[in-house]
Design a protein around this ligand. Structure first.
Ligand SMILES: NC(=O)c1ccc[n+]([C@@H]2O[C@H](COP(=O)([O-])OP(=O)(O)OC[C@H]3O[C@@H](n4cnc5c(N)ncnc54)[C@H](O)[C@@H]3O)[C@@H](O)[C@H]2O)c1
Length: 358
């Protein structure tokens, strides 16, 4: 009874490299019963490799299929809200990849539908399910209660995904999606961005996509660690790919910087500075499974010394933890911490940031 049946919409990179192996690792809890992709080539290759016989070209058919309890939404950003809405309307639970929605209107529609149906909709912010991050939240939570947070910093500068993926994984990509469908997707994306941020320069539009795609991980983790900031003091971008922002927390500020370059390393971390304590969570690329996510804590020792700790709480992958949390949330009817309402706060901050960038 505990084994939940998963249907996957969009079977590209993240599904082939990460989600399918994570679900295989959790075969006592999940079984992939259906896959959907707009590319017949991808659908056939992934279906054959993972022995999934129910294969759909159209998500409407997968979300209403009787063999599916949970829909994993992992097709391009612009379709996430519509697939989630269709899945919830069909009585399914959802794990939706970030960004869960392109703008506030989409987000509110998903939240209303989720509340109406009583479905679990969990946003796939796996970094927030890493044990090292959760331990950091406990430590920083105490610092916040004591008023001891003096400064915080969120940093995420990484190489292009292909620099990690090409040498370590094999991904089947389809060349058979109709041009008209690709063009319609681009048009929908432009409309959704315009709805979010109004008329903006090409660079600011690109920066907004960067926020939805990469910064959503950083900003949502920042919110869980430190709470929602009072306001955004400053935000700027260069080339749409390098962003900085300063978040006002009243007693302290949190400095954010991010960028994507061609140096094949993944440097994403959150840092919190207290009077006598320093905490850092350090992430590595998600595309190589089970890489350690580490917690570093330094504390003053007496007047003249320092004690440094490096904590790697357990081997395992944050995506597996995210799926385990989803299983518990569904079987025990608990609201996910990465809910759609929680995601809304990221969108609110992105809107404030893009306003300052303009
Ligand atoms: N949590 C994470 O760390 C993480 C990492 C990577 C990607 N993602 C998210 O996952 C999503 C997919 O990313 P990806 O890198 O796998 O992209 P991708 O382009 O490799 O895969 C997308 C797949 O969706 C298919 N597709 C396109 N339109 C479709 C439609 N209308 N219906 C069904 N299938 C369709 C494509 O054929 C392709 O196979 C993105 O939204 C991305 O933000 C999350």
């Amino acid at each position: 009874m505990d084994q939940l049946r998963v249907g996957i919409v969009g079977c590209g990179e993240v599904v082939q490299i990460i989600h399918l192996p994570s679900l295989y690792r959790l075969a006592d809890k999940f079984r992939v019963t259906a896959v959907c992709d707009a590319s017949q080539e991808v659908l056939d290759a992934v279906g054959a490799q993972w022995n999934v016989s129910k294969r759909y070209l159209h998500y409407e058919d997968l979300v209403t299929a009787p063999e599916v309890d949970i829909v994993l939404v992992a097709n391009p950003h612009v379709y996430h809200a519509s697939v989630t809405l269709a899945a919830v309307a069909a009585g399914k639970h959802v794990l939706v990849e970030k960004p869960a929605a392109m703008n506030l209107a989409e987000c509110d529609a998903v939240q209303a539908a989720q509340e109406h149906a009583g479905a679990i909709v969990q946003v796939a912010y796996m970094r927030r399910y890493a044990p090292a991050f959760e331990q950091a939240c406990t430590i920083v939570g105490k610092m916040r209660v004591e008023g001891d947070v003096r400064l915080a910093r969120v940093h995420d500068v990484i190489g292009h995904n292909a620099q990690f993926i090409k040498p370590t994984a094999r991904v089947v990509r389809g060349q058979d999606i109709p041009q008209a469908m690709l063009a319609a997707g681009k048009e929908l994306e432009a409309e959704a961005i315009a709805q979010a941020i109004g008329a903006a320069s090409k660079e600011v539009q690109k920066a907004y996509m960067m926020m939805l795609g990469l910064s959503s991980h950083d900003i949502s983790a920042m919110r869980e660690l430190l709470g929602m900031p009072q306001r955004v003091l400053h935000a700027t971008q260069r080339g749409g790919l390098y962003l900085t922002a300063t978040f006002d927390y009243g007693a302290f500020v949190c400095q954010f910087d991010t960028g994507v370059d061609h140096l094949p390393r993944f440097d994403a971390n959150l840092e919190v500075f207290g009077e006598r304590k320093y905490v850092r969570v350090q992430y590595d690329t998600p595309y190589v499974l089970n890489l350690p996510i580490r917690l570093y804590v330094s504390e003053a020792h007496g007047e003249h010394g320092v004690v440094e700790q490096m904590v790697h709480p357990s081997w395992g992958d944050a995506f597996v933890n995210e799926w385990l949390a989803l299983h518990t949330n569904i079987t025990e009817q608990r609201a996910p911490k990465t809910s759609i309402a929680d995601y809304r706060q990221d969108l609110e901050l992105f809107q404030a940031m893009t306003k300052l960038m303009a």
